[in-house]
Design a protein around this ligand. Sequence first.
Ligand code: SAM
Length: 287
Amino acid sequence: MNNFEYIAEQLQKVEDAADVDDRIAVYRELRKLGINDFLGTLWRMPAMEYPRISGILPSMASIDVQSSWTGSSGPILMNQSVSFARAATFNYAEITGSSLKGKKILDFGCGYGRLLRAFAYFSDDVHGVDPWTESIRICHEAGLKDNVSISDYLPTSLPVPVNFDFVFAFSVFTHLSERATKQSLSTIRQHMRSGAVLCITVRPIEYWRAVYRDKTEAFFEAVEHAHRSVGFAFVPHHRDAIDGDITYGDTSMTIDYLLSIATDFKLASVDRSGDDEMQRYVYLKAI
Ligand SMILES: C[S@@+](CC[C@H](N)C(=O)[O-])C[C@H]1O[C@@H](n2cnc3c(N)ncnc32)[C@H](O)[C@@H]1O
């Protein structure tokens, strides 16, 4: 996916430029390739041909980690990641009239950091939080240390600044219990400036029959009834409860339900992934 001469030439130039000696400087040079090749370069780190920049850039997570956190891996996952980042920058510009470039960005539920890498294309001020110690351990081990911290499953505050311009949570609210959903939305809002944008992904009602294929008709009727009547359906995974609540499982929700609980936000736009079709993007503006 990266065997183009123009990419090799740019990478060799950066490899040989001894004064391009920290991550911010390397990112600045890699951005000249455009977002697809910027992320493609991060996806193949460390690369034997470029030992100097491999020591500066984060190493990509293993294929096993990619698959177990995000359900796909390699070039397919890279394209899905670029697709989300492009949709985010497009919608952010439509909503605010300005570019994501240089903005203060938070990845809520960052996992092993695939989207921390993608959004580094836009800004050097990208932060990540995740309550799972294993996510943070893998980020830190890969060299994603600065601005990547552990949060709580039911957060009342986050270990990050309070003035984010853009916060996103990809495939996170697709997993949270009702209590964790409400708590997370209200806490994220405390870390956003007024007028900032939050993008979360939610699952449509079709998710259940598409993915839970081995379930009975009674199961589907129950979750679809919850989705239609309450606007929210949740099936917990086998996990320990946090303060009496199993916070993680599978979730579908309507946008009306989301708006009814996201009281400090207004709906700004909606979108959907073309290559990860059960992920609806909902953009909310902080009021
Ligand atoms: C399917 S993974 C997605 C990871 C990442 N957003 C991505 O798209 O690559 C879900 C992530 O949500 C995190 N998570 C679980 N419970 C959470 C909570 N209560 N608040 C924030 N993140 C949570 C998990 O630890 C995991 O890293």
